[in-house]
Write a protein that binds this ligand. Structure first.
Ligand code: 13P
Length: 212
């Protein structure tokens, strides 16, 4: 099987896994992956639970739609990550419940909206930026992500949901799951005194496991 077909299968398999466990409902969410000559992305209005690998949209390096069904309307935000973070092999955008709940709060730190509660969120996700609300598919989301200059591997889109990157589809999906579960803990722990990891703990994790 060609590498591209393996990546198509990974997108379909992991999308279904996310859907089956409730990380995505209806036609919410989209997943993309870099391939040698462009980007694969889930089709617009498709359900992550029922993707046909052969119908996944393909765009060339200039962003022209070359095959498959019509691409996700969020292609601008996906492309902006590939353009500014060369280490990006895949991008996952979800409307998962708890990360989206945090994205609706008016009192979170926009420069660090998922504080270091557990080691794995530091290791898999890094610091998360909150980006201002624009409507789904708005080209300005691409500009906002480009303006981050590649410094963040993940963001919360205000009142909308998380977007997470990784070196390949499985890493990006695992990071999206880690972000969602940490967001759930943060919501559960709201209003009670919480001990976050210390700056020293975070520095040690970056030293040992690599940083963002
Ligand atoms: P698409 O169906 O165009 O991928 O959009 C779904 C979505 O999650 C919008 O944010």
């Amino acid at each position: 099987m060609s590498l591209e077909n393996r990546i198509r299968d990974d997108i379909a398999r992991l999308s279904k896994s996310l859907f089956d466990r409730g990380f995505s409902v209806g036609s919410a969410g989209n997943i993309s992956a870099a391939v040698e000559d462009g980007i694969l992305i889930t089709p617009t209005n498709s359900c992550l639970g029922f993707l046909d690998p052969a119908r996944i949209s393909k765009l060339d390096r200039s962003g022209n739609h070359v095959s498959g069904d019509r691409p996700s309307k969020e292609i601008f935000l996906h492309r902006a990550f590939y353009e500014t973070r060369p280490q990006t092999g895949a991008v996952v955008h979800l409307h998962s419940t708890f990360a989206t709940a945090l994205s609706c709060l008016s009192d979170i730190d926009p420069d660090d909206c998922i504080p270091p509660l557990t080691p794995y969120v530091v290791m898999r996700v890094g610091v998360v930026k909150l980006l201002p609300y624009v409507k789904p598919g708005d080209e300005r989301m691409g500009d906002m992500i480009r303006n981050l200059g590649g410094c963040y591997a993940a963001a919360l889109l205000a009142n909308h949901g998380p977007v997470v990157t990784g070196k390949d589809v499985i890493s990006a999906v695992f990071a999206a799951e880690e972000l969602e579960e940490t967001a759930k803990l943060l919501v559960l722990l709201r209003g009670v005194p919480v001990r976050m990891l210390s700056p020293e703990n975070v520095a040690q994790l970056k030293d040992v496991f690599g940083g963002f």
